[in-house]
Design a binder for this molecule. Sequence first.
Ligand code: ADP
Ligand code: MG
Ligand code: MG
Ligand code: MG
Length: 411
Amino acid sequence: MTKSTVYRPLCIEDAVQLARNIEGVFSPTASLRCEEIGDGNLNLVFRVYEISKDTTDSALSPRRIIIKQALPYAKVVGESWPLTLDRARIESQALIAQGQLVPHLVPKVYLYNPDLALTVMEDLSDYTIMRAGLMQRNLYPLFAEHIAEFLAKTLFFSSDLGLNQQDKKRNVERFINPELCKITEDLIFDDPYTASPNNNCDAAIEDELKKLSQDCGLQFEVMLLREKFLTQAQALLHGDLHTGSIFITPESTKVIDPEFAYYGPMGFDIGAIIANLILNTISQEHWSADEETRRQYRAYLLQMVRDIWNQFESRFRSLWDNHVVDRMAQTDGYQDTYLTRVLQDSVGYAGCKMIRRIVGLAHVADIDSISDLHVRERAQRTALFIGKSLVNMNRRIQSIDEVITACEHGI
Ligand code: ADP
Ligand code: MG
Ligand code: MG
Ligand code: MG
């Protein structure tokens, strides 16, 4: 679309019309159906698909697309929380940038319309949202490898290691994302430690919220992690890499929803994945049918955490050895120190993310949908215990095995 249009939130009919006008997707005479399927907090997501004689199941229709449109406010709160439409540009540009590095790990982008703040992309309805898959104890044997590749390539090639310093700075400027960063700064690094009205804490664990607001040692570590989030333009992050931003099958992985993308510390993305896997591990108290299944699935998930870090590290080192653009990066010992710091940041951010998912505004379904209140309370306290341990130990961590030990100890 080249004609300029005035922004308006699309209705179903608008979405169908827009889809019809995209060249080469649907035949002019096709019967199209459309549903709004967004379950997210911020945006509208339309799925438009062709129905034919042989395919009535929308997920199997061979011709189908997704239209994701930003609303000028946060859907979860309502119009009282205005939010920039520029995040649609950030999301589409981040998807395109990731698509150049790891095309098999992100949805294809067909079109970005700045006036309507929308991105048209590949429909992944035949995949499962990973959070839901983990709640059913599905196995994803290739996930560690896939996400390690996603992280290593997107982080390395957007950093000063893989991109010359001037191009990198121009990229930093292109991905300035102040309003969405502010959400992270408040929800992750501020609210859980203050008496913020944004917090959403079960009455059963209000004592924990009070303890968080009085824990000076913990707050000091959170402050250092927050400072790094605010100031370290290390690499282009996804910015919201939880298991609800990952579409998965046993064979394939696709990372979606990078509207929080900005230049920040690498460990923030790695920590997000680790935190969400640990939260699911804890929640298996409820989701696993019996003790043996629980033990096995928990061991499986913790091994996945270990594999993700180890495979990320080995890929990152190999990219460094073969593609580094900064001559100074060959300085003896620098690569080892760099990776240790990324590991420490990952652990610190993982801890922060676990804490905020228990007491902060937005929770995770893995734990929130536990119906037995006692089991839920136990899971929440365990998550806080492990989250706090990770934050407290982050600057001393030397190996991923220490993280696994802390989890086993906490569970
Ligand atoms: P938000 O930013 O509002 O969280 P998401 O990008 O996470 O939006 O999308 C919300 C939901 O819409 C996803 O959980 C998924 O169910 C659906 N969705 C988003 N993108 C796609 C896609 N490319 N294919 C199929 N479904 C999608
Ligand atoms: Mg989302
Ligand atoms: Mg969402
Ligand atoms: Mg989002």
